[in-house]
Design a protein around this ligand. Structure first.
Ligand code: ADP
Length: 414
């Protein structure tokens, strides 16, 4: 089955095509046929495409919106020179899987899209006004182009966290705010945390019940997840993706009274304050230079800039604090898993986060840590009682597999 995976954002459409089915899932022989993205929708868009065998190509074209981007991608896929011979016409795309950001309290797992499911995703718009409408546009665009006979599946960022218990998801606010407005922790990056937990247990030959981890997804957005018996029992992102770890441009945790103070002192509206926390804070805010960890690390080597050093230090300190908190919350774990662009590529950040965790039994093996770049493997010493691993994430693979399972009515392995 050729599954088209779509991640529709406000100004971009990311896509992949993965060939998979139940047999391929069992034998891990799924095949990625191509990947790409269309960025800067609404003007002269930048299109990046790469087939399994061909080189990476970059083009530009005026593209209005998600529907036009999808049309463009499909025409490229079916063209002679796409390098994807498996797709010659629309009929060769057998199903579509969508990343959907918010499933609220309605969706505890991936769902085959029906009118009722569409309504459920619409009902979650209140919870994710910036994200769910774009995801819905992606789903509508597929319906318009393919018709309703092509099955579509929604895979929710929040679904993996549906197992978080009440005492971990409720904020200490007046309870009626939860009743009236569903104000609570939902958590995000669920597909990534779920994927790396699944990979870890496959690599170690463990059952789901034996899987006890703290997973750290460190990319542009960052979150930690406490996984006990294979289930998410707590996570650092909250009602929105703003809470928790320090991120590229997001502040993560702060004293909520600062919001009012900032508004008064800087003459900002509540909306503007939130925008500062989302887009001008985190690594960018502290360093005053960039949200890009790779650039910060390079800068540190050349200039030993105080604020660059601080940005990295605060990032790592916050992450270590969350690891400690989640170890305490779970009564220990077997491993800390690093994933996401920073987690997969930065030995420096991994070492700094783990440096203060010897008390918990975690000691980093410096040579293993240096070698483990975009590869999966253990980076702790043989005598560590709490291990550290790098596991590159692959959310699209999980979306493709969930799509197949949902269509065939197979249960999720989690
Ligand atoms: P997203 O959350 O948008 O998917 P990624 O997971 O790709 O983002 O992560 C992007 C982050 O990963 C950026 O901060 C980038 O600098 C960082 N990163 C990528 N490669 C390296 C590297 N070699 N060293 C340090 N950081 C890196």
């Amino acid at each position: 089955m050729n599954v088209l995976i779509l991640n529709a954002g406000s100004s971009s459409l990311k896509f992949q095509v993965i060939a998979t089915d139940l047999e391929r899932i069992k034998t891990s022989s799924d095949e990625r046929l191509c990947r790409g993205q269309v960025e800067r929708l609404g003007g002269e868009a930048i299109i990046t495409v790469q087939s399994r065998t061909g080189p990476r190509r970059k083009l530009t074209a005026p593209i209005r919106d998600v529907a036009a981007a999808l049309d463009y991608v499909l025409r490229w896929l079916a063209s002679e020179n796409s390098g994807v011979p498996e797709i010659r016409s629309l009929g060769d795309v057998h199903a579509v899987g969508h990343r959907v950001v918010h499933g609220g309290e309605t969706f505890h797992e991936s769902a085959l899209i029906t009118d009722e499911v569409l309504k459920g995703i619409e009902d979650c718009i209140d919870l994710a006004p910036l994200h769910n409408p774009n995801n819905l546009k992606g789903i509508q665009a597929v319906r318009e182009i393919f018709g309703s006979q092509t099955p579509q599946v929604a895979v929710f960022d929040t679904a993996f966290h549906a197992t978080i218990p009440e005492h971990a998801y409720l904020y200490a606010l007046p309870y009626h705010l939860y009743r009236r407005h569903r104000i609570r922790r939902y958590g995000f990056h669920g597909t990534s945390h779920r994927y790396v937990a699944y990979r870890y247990r496959a690599l170690c030959g463990l059952t789901r019940e034996q899987t006890n981890l703290v997973t750290l997804h460190l990319g542009n957005g960052c979150s930690a997840c406490a996984i006990r018996g294979g289930h998410s029992v707590d996570t650092s992102m909250g009602m929105t993706p703003l809470e928790g770890l320090v991120m590229g441009t997001r502040s993560g945790d702060l004293d909520p009274a600062i919001l009012n103070l900032m508004a008064g002192k800087e003459g900002l509206s509540p909306h503007e304050v939130e925008s500062v926390l989302n887009t001008q804070s985190g690594l960018l805010g502290i360093s005053g230079l960039t949200n890009d960890m790779k650039v910060l690390e390079e800068e540190l080597l050349v200039h030993e800039d105080r604020r660059v050093r601080l940005a990295i230090e605060i990032f790592c300190y916050r992450a270590r604090k969350y690891v400690g908190a989640f170890l305490a919350a779970m009564g220990g774990a077997d491993a800390v898993i690093f994933t996401g662009g920073i987690g997969e590529n930065s030995p420096l950040v991994r070492a700094r986060i783990c440096d203060g965790l010897a008390w918990a039994g975690l000691k980093i093996d410096a040579a293993r840590n240096e070698q483990m770049v975009r590869r999966e493997g253990r980076i702790s010493t043989d005598d560590s009682t709490l291990n550290a691993w790098v596991v590159p994430t692959d959310e699209e693979l999980l979306i493709a597999r969930d799509t197949v399972r949902c269509i065939l009515g197979e249960p999720h392995p989690g």
